[in-house]
Ligand binder design. Structure first.
Ligand SMILES: *[C@@H]1O[C@H](CO)[C@@H](O)[C@H](O)[C@H]1NC(C)=O
Ligand SMILES: *[C@@H]1O[C@H](CO)[C@@H](O)[C@H](O)[C@H]1NC(C)=O
Ligand SMILES: *[C@@H]1O[C@H](CO)[C@@H](O)[C@H](O)[C@H]1NC(C)=O
Ligand SMILES: *[C@@H]1O[C@H](CO)[C@@H](O)[C@H](O)[C@H]1NC(C)=O
Ligand SMILES: *[C@@H]1O[C@H](CO)[C@@H](O)[C@H](O)[C@H]1NC(C)=O
Length: 833
């Protein structure tokens, strides 16, 4: 706004020397309006208005435009043209404008100088409205940044006086003067920039002048903070944790690490990698460079590593990096079966080992942990063993039974170790336990007792029979040898009868057996094993000797003598069926071999007599007549039933007569037979001599035998003397069967009290027996010696005589003693000639 101000007009003096020239000076502010009064020239020059008019006063400006105009009518100088001091003078001060006022008539020349005073008509101004700066955030403190200078054409006070920067914490303004006095401003960084916090700053720089009113100009400073790689990537967690199942397949995702970089662009582009990775781990894990995803690339084994600690690093493109930690806990999977180690194992074990003996010590390991590694050990419950845990992971296998090698000689013990995982894994090992033998079993014979048969008259050395014993022990303990126990058989050691092969158990006859002497052998065979100590067992062996038909029947009655004549008497009055006599024969054999049958072989008169086939009874089969000869001679043959059969013949003389004399005369005829008589005398003498000799011999023999026996109290009775067996039932009517009863086969009739009572048959009443026996004395003595043997109290052959047999035998005697005359009472008449 241009307010017109009247400045003081300086009236300068006129040059005295030149009356016509005076100099005046006016100061006026610039930019006055046209027509504005500059000064009263007339007055100041002391000219009146007429002079002006007359002098045609005017202003001379030369070439320059006429800024002032002279109003001659008023004598004032007014602004003719806008005067812009800045235009006229620029920076020059003071700014003055001179022109001449010329008057004619007389010429008068006056210089008028206009001093144009500055007014604040300009604001400071910047060339650009905006100032764009790019400053790196890494710029160092104190760095100056030039700012644009503002222009204010005004001068002096009105010119640019000051700069002001909007308040901010990063920059301070510093103003400096140029040589020409103008000022300019610069910003000094006083606080580091952080692109990440303030990527842009907007500031205003204001330039102010000193005028009144003050004027100002503004420029906007737009600061773009340039990125510097001042931020390292930062992981969002200082430690990452992940769990991973062992044996996870390749490619299994584990976790993702995440680092962010506050920087922009490449400086903010994060790549991931493992740092400080130990050798093996590089094969196990992979990290995705861009995404930070971590996955499995190898075999994860809990048993090798339960925990992995990995350093992860993130790097930006500017090379800054930072690290973090990844802890991977591996979770156990039951992937390991228990491993069984047999630490010690004793086999074989003796079968007498005590219950609870430790058989084996085993160690079981499972590399898995916790439940997966918790092991239970077991064995087949049927096996007689138990398993006990001793120390950790150690187990004892104990026997739970008393072993018996004979029932079970070995055990396959399968030990199973199972862990507690799910599913559980198990492993097994088999121990083969061998039970060693102890001699705890005696040999056992295949049978409780044995009986064998051997036919008499065997060859010595013939094998009879085999005993066999088994020993369930092993090897030497089962090696059976057979022994004959030292028992007595018939008064002599068993070994004299049989022998045994100690290895094979074959029994051999040591001699030839005679059934008639020994019917059975009772032996004890011992089987003994080879153990130490040896065990043994006994078995009784009964060897039955079987009869052979080796004995011919022996005729007991009628007694056969060489020269004596015995005749049965048959009264002529005898009826049909009259029992003349009975041929009594025995066979020392037994059974069929002793089953005798009687037949008439030859007879004087076949029609008169018959012989009972079974019982040997000779009976008449028709009425005896007077015509029948007194002398009757019957030849009876006795046969046994053996194969082949043996036989004996006996000649029975029968006298058919009513009286003794008759018989005698008849038989005297026999004896006084001429040639018979001649010989008889000779025979009698000879017989006498023989008998005497025999008697003496017998006496000597008997005495020697007595002495011998006295010394050897136990000796088998061997009789070389004729034994007169007695067979009671056969001569008794009451037993009419004619069959020899077995029990009597063994019976030998021996007279101990009276030889008369034995074997002599006579009919007290109606039957007389005539015996002519030249050797009767010998017979008597033989019987006596036999008696003496039999009298010996410990004679082994003192066989019991059944009571009924005894009774039968003595019955006739009693009857005789009682004087009764039963039909079958017998007595003996012995006629010795
Ligand atoms: C990393 O974490 C930040 C914040 O924690 C998130 O914004 C960004 O998406 C994450 N990056 C990845 C790859 O997950
Ligand atoms: C870190 O980043 C990962 C991946 O993006 C994310 O899963 C995780 O939650 C983040 N952790 C934190 C503490 O933000
Ligand atoms: C990594 O980052 C942490 C904080 O996130 C910081 O304290 C540490 O100094 C950084 N390390 C490096 C090497 O930059
Ligand atoms: C034990 O095992 C062995 C070999 O496998 C076999 O020969 C034997 O017969 C088995 N014994 C038992 C009692 O099963
Ligand atoms: C075997 O017999 C003998 C005598 O006969 C006897 O001493 C022994 O005790 C018996 N042994 C056994 C085992 O029966």
């Amino acid at each position: 706004s241009h307010s017109i101000e009247i400045w003081i007009i300086f009236l300068y003096f006129c040059f005295i020397f030149n009356l016509a020239s005076c100099q005046i000076r006016y100061s006026i502010p610039e930019e006055m309006k046209k027509g504005s009064l500059i000064g009263n020239v007339a007055q100041d020059l002391g000219l009146d208005l007429k002079r002006l008019r007359s002098g045609r006063a005017r202003i001379l400006t030369g070439e320059s435009p006429q800024y002032a105009d002279l109003k001659t009518d008023k004598g004032i100088l007014v602004v003719n043209e806008r005067m812009d001091r800045e235009q006229l003078c620029g920076d020059v001060t003071p700014c003055s404008l001179s022109f001449e006022l010329i008057l004619e008539n007389p010429i008068e020349l006056h210089r008028v100088t206009l001093e144009i005073l500055d007014i604040n008509d300009h604001t400071p101004s910047f060339k650009n409205k905006n100032l764009n700066l790019e400053i790196s955030e890494s710029a160092t403190l104190g760095t100056p940044f030039d700012l644009e200078s503002a222009e204010d054409p005004d001068v002096g006070h009105n010119s640019l006086q000051n700069y002001v920067l909007t308040a901010n914490e990063h920059f301070v303004l510093k103003q400096q003067s140029n040589m020409d006095g103008s000022i300019f401003a610069e910003m000094i960084l006083q606080k580091p920039l952080d692109r990440e916090m303030n990527p842009h700053l907007s500031l205003k720089l204001i330039a102010v002048d000193g005028g009144t009113p003050q004027k100002s100009g503004t420029v906007h400073i737009e600061i773009t903070v340039l990125d510097a790689n001042d931020n390292a990537p930062v992981f969002n967690q200082s430690v990452y944790r992940a769990t991973l199942i062992e044996n996870a397949p390749i490619g299994t995702y584990i976790t993702t690490v995440n680092a962010s970089d506050a920087d922009a662009g490449p400086y903010g582009m994060v790549t991931y990698y493992f740092s400080n990775l130990k050798g093996g781990l590089a094969d196990l894990f992979n990290i995705d460079v861009a995404s930070g995803k971590i996955s499995v690339t190898g075999k994860i084994d809990f048993e090798k590593d339960r925990k992995y600690e990995l350093r992860v690093a993130a790097k930006d493109q500017g090379g800054l990096n930072n690290g973090s930690k990844l802890i991977i806990d591996v979770m156990d999977v039951n992937d390991n079966a228990p491993v069984i180690n047999v630490m010690s194992f004793s086999s074989p074990v003796s079968e007498d080992a005590l219950t609870g003996t430790t058989i084996a010590v085993i160690n079981v390991k499972d590399s898995d942990s916790e439940k997966n590694g918790k092991i239970t050990c077991s064995i087949d419950s049927k096996l007689p063993f138990k398993i006990q845990s001793s120390l950790t992971n150690y187990y004892n296998l104990l026997s739970d039974v008393v072993f018996d090698r004979e029932t079970t000689s070995e055990y396959n013990i399968t030990i199973t170790a199972t862990d507690s995982g799910s599913p559980p894994l198990s492993s097994a090992t088999t121990l083969r336990l061998v039970i060693s033998d102890v001699n705890d079993n005696a040999p056992i014979f295949t049978r409780k007792s044995y009986s064998a048969h051997v036919v008499e008259n065997n060859e010595p050395g013939v094998s009879i029979f085999t005993v066999s014993a088994r020993d369930v022990d092993w090897n030497q303990n089962a090696r059976v040898s057979y022994l004959l126990e030292d028992t007595q058989v018939s008064g002599s050691p068993a070994s004299t009868h049989v022998s045994i092969n100690s290895e094979t158990g074959v029994l051999y006859a040591a001699r030839s057996f005679d059934y008639e002497q020994i019917k059975a052998l009772q032996l004890v065979v011992k089987a003994q094993d080879g153990g130490s100590p040896p065990l043994s067992s006994n078995v009784s062996v009964k060897i039955l000797i079987q009869d052979q038909n080796d004995n011919a029947p022996q005729v007991l009655y009628p007694v056969q003598t060489g020269g004596s004549l015995v005749a049965e008497m048959v009264p002529r009055s005898a009826d049909v069926g009259y029992l003349v006599t009975k041929v009594v024969a025995v066979d020392v054999d037994s059974g069929q071999n002793a089953w005798l049958s009687y037949k008439l072989q030859k007879a004087t008169d076949r029609a008169l007599f018959e012989v009972g086939l079974q019982n040997g009874e000779i009976r008449t089969i028709r009425q005896v007549t007077d015509k029948d000869a007194v002398k009757q001679r019957l030849t009876v043959i006795v046969e046994d039933n053996g194969q082949p059969s043996r036989s004996a013949t006996v000649i029975v003389n029968v006298a058919v007569a009513d009286s003794f004399p008759e018989v005698l005369s008849e038989f005297t005829d026999f004896t006084h037979d001429k040639e018979y008589n001649d010989n008889l005398t000779f025979y009698l003498v000879l017989a006498l001599a023989v008998v005497s000799f025999l008697f003496i011999t017998c006496l000597v023999v008997i005495i020697s035998v007595k002495i011998y026996r006295w010394r050897q109290s136990r000796i088998l009775y061997h009789s070389s003397l004729p034994v007169i067996p007695y067979y009671p039932p056969r001569y008794s009517d009451t037993l009419g069967t004619g069959t020899l009863q077995h029990v009597y086969n063994y019976e030998v009739c021996r007279t101990t009290d009276s030889r008369k009572s034995d074997c002599k048959v006579g009919n007290a009443g109606s039957q007389n027996v005539l015996i002519m026996d030249p050797s009767s004395t010998g017979t008597m003595q033989r019987i006596q010696s036999e008696k003496s043997i039999l009298d010996e109290p410990d004679s082994p052959l003192e066989l019991p005589i059944p009571l009924n047999a005894m009774e039968r035998r003595t019955e006739p005697q009693r009857r005789i003693q009682a004087g009764a005359r039963p039909r079958h009472a017998r007595f003996e008449t012995r006629l010795v000639v």
